[in-house]
Design a protein around this ligand. Sequence first.
Ligand code: KG4
Ligand code: ZN
Length: 359
Amino acid sequence: MLILGLETSCDETAAAVIEANQKIIVLSSVVSSQIALHSKWGGVVPNLAAREHLKNILPVIETSLQEARITAKKIDLIAVTNGPGLIPALLIGTNTAKTLSCVWGKPLIGIHHIEGHIYANFIDRAKSQNNKKIKFPILCLVVSGGHTQLVLMKDHLRYEIVGQTLDDAAGEAFDKVARILGLGYPGGPAIAAEAKKYRPDHARQKQKTTLPRPMLKSKNFDFSFSGLKTAVLYTVKKNPQILKDNGLISALCHEFQQAVIDVLIAKTRRAAQKYNPRTIMLAGGVSANEELRIQMSQTIKKEFPRAEYHLPLAGYSIDNAVMIAAAGFFRWQKMTSAEKKAAPNNWKKLTTDANLKLK
Ligand code: KG4
Ligand code: ZN
């Protein structure tokens, strides 16, 4: 089947077409990013985001159909993010999807944004290539700008949140620390790039600050990142010289990134020990972080050699619409024939919820 996915929950206007049968193959993925617009404010401004989504959504959809070389007629299903996220932004996506569903007479499904991130792991490589079959139970570490959660899945679409952040999300901490250090928005890639420049044998960088690893030793699977961000703030306040010294900035970025990674790995390890998953996967924007990917891989290989490690294909960690379409496919498969028959009328009742719960 051919599925059109739409995503507007934050600052990316995205549309994609997938072909989903035995495999999930990407026919097109168009993402119009608003980074340049929001970077001067140091974060996403909801009303500005909505205005941009409104301007871009139809051209983005048109381009996604053109790149997939299909017409709207061929679409079998529309899947749209209906929460959580910024409400003015979400509404552009859901209202567009509802209108298209009504006018085109196509079935419509609402997708939880985090469900989309998780299902980014189920996007396959090219049709001709072999793909890894993902085995349940899955332990998924979801790390995005808005969420940090350890999710246990015993089957498709069944989620048990076994741990989550008590305050800031991991991506949010990257963004806030980047702001403190004047590195711009989004903070994750900027901090990762600075951290890469760090040379431990460099004399001056040796005196780098040690930051805390919040909740590293606590017995649960929860996280907390706001204290870590505050520790960076105090470090810089105590020593403003850091901001003028590229070497010290990269040392601080390296230490911050490592503190986040240490906590993420420790909690994933603890959860894996308890739940014994057959697959451990990463999802969400922070899963694009190269150091996290590598260090998690090393830990799993060494400590959980029987578990498979799975990551989204390159480009599908951060917000995109392919992941929404992919999740739509799995939802569609679980629907009864009566539900499928009624799906072209879903535009009448689909709700948009900024605080939608994963269930
Ligand atoms: O999943 P995502 O695109 O949007 C949300 O659902 O929030 O995640 C965006 C977050 C931002 O906080 C961004 O700084 C972070 O992901 N991020 C990264 C990297 N790339 C994006 N964090 C660390 N390292 C990266 N390479
Ligand atoms: Zn996201």
